[in-house]
Design a protein around this ligand. Structure first.
Ligand code: FAD
Length: 242
C-alpha cells in the first residue's frame, strides 16, 4: 500500500495535490473544513433563487474564467471525469469579455486582438458609447477604414528620422558610448531638430562624436524601417494567431 498523505483543505490547491499524489500511488485523504469541496472556486447555492423544488442557482465567489495561457489547471481538469467526458470538456470558448462598471455602461471587448470588422465595431462601440455616436454611424465608419501605405510612409518621413532616436541611442551604446552620454547627445540633436525644423538624420550624420562610432553604413541601418519591421510577422502571429 502507498504512503498515506493527509491534505488539509479541499480547494483547487488541495484537490490538485491530492490528485497528483493519488495518481502516483499515494493513499490520500483530503480534510475540508467546510461542508463542501472547492474552496474559493466552489459554486455557492444562492438562497431563495429556486422554486418548485428545484435546486438553488449556483452563485460564484467572483468572476470565473480560464485564459488560454493557463496550462496546469486545464491539464488537471482533463483528468477529472465528468459523465462520459472530462471537466475540461465543459469549458466554453468566449469571444467577448464584458466589464461591468457601477453606474456606467459596461465595456464589451473581444477576448483576442480584433481580427474582423465585427471585432473592431465591438471595440469602437465600447470606446465611443459615452459620446453618443449611434451604432450605425460607427459601423459606417468602420466599413470605410482604408489604409494608404504610401501616405503612412510620407507621414513617417516628415519626422526627419526623429522616430529612430531610440534606435540611435541603442546603436551608440552598443558601439561603446556610455549610455548616459548617448542619451544626452541624441536628445540634444533631437530637440534642436524639432525646434529649428531640421532633418534629424542629416544633423547626426554631421556630428563627429557619432560618426567616429557609426560608419555611414551603420547609420543607414539605424534609420532603416525594415530593421524595425523585421519581427513584425512573428509578433502579429503571436498576438492574433495564424
Ligand atoms: C474573486 C475571485 C475571482 C477569481 N477568479 C478566478 C478565475 O476566474 N480563474 C481562476 O483560475 N482563478 C480565479 N481565482 C483564483 C482561484 O479561485 C484561487 O486561486 C483558488 O481557488 C485558490 O485555491 P486554494 O486551494 O489555494 O485556496 P482556497 O480555495 O482558499 O481553498 C482552501 C481550502 O482550505 C480549507 N481550509 C482552510 N483551513 C483549513 C483547515 N484547518 N482544515 C481543513 N480545511 C481548511 C478552506 O475551507 C478552503 O476550502 C479567483 C479568486 C477570487 C478571490
Amino acid at each position: 500500500m502507498g504512503t498515506r498523505v493527509v491534505v488539509l483543505g479541499g480547494g483547487v490547491g488541495g484537490l490538485s495535490v491530492a490528485q497528483e499524489l493519488a495518481e502516483r500511488g499515494f493513499k490520500v485523504e483530503v480534510y475540508e473544513r467546510r461542508s463542501g469541496f472547492g474552496g474559493k472556486a466552489r459554486s455557492i447555492p444562492v438562497p431563495s433563487s429556486a422554486s418548485e423544488g428545484r435546486r438553488p442557482l449556483p452563485g460564484e465567489h467572483g468572476f470565473r474564467f480560464f485564459p488560454s495561457f493557463y496550462k496546469h489547471l486545464p491539464d488537471t481538469m482533463k483528468r477529472i471525469p465528468f459523465a462520459s467526458k472530462s471537466v475540461f470538456d465543459n469549458l466554453v470558448d468566449s469571444t467577448r469579455v464584458q466589464i461591468a462598471r457601477a453606474g456606467k455602461l459596461a465595456f464589451l471587448e473581444p477576448t483576442q486582438f480584433p481580427q474582423t470588422l465585427d471585432d473592431w465595431l465591438t471595440v469602437f462601440k465600447s470606446l465611443f458609447s459615452n459620446l453618443g455616436i449611434p451604432d450605425d454611424e460607427l459601423a459606417f465608419f468602420i466599413d470605410r477604414l482604408l489604409v494608404y501605405p504610401e501616405r503612412m510612409k510620407k507621414n513617417l518621413e516628415s519626422t526627419g528620422g526623429l522616430i529612430f532616436s531610440g534606435q540611435l541611442l541603442l546603436d551608440l551604446a552598443e558601439a561603446g558610448m556610455l549610455r548616459e552620454e548617448a542619451y544626452r547627445l541624441v536628445q540634444s540633436h533631437a530637440m534642436r531638430a524639432w525646434k529649428e525644423d531640421l532633418v534629424f538624420r542629416d544633423e547626426v550624420a554631421k556630428d563627429p562624436a557619432i560618426t567616429k562610432l557609426l560608419s555611414p553604413e551603420k547609420l543607414a541601418r539605424t534609420f532603416d524601417y525594415e530593421r524595425q519591421l523585421g519581427n513584425v510577422g512573428a509578433i502579429f502571429k503571436r498576438v492574433i494567431g495564424e
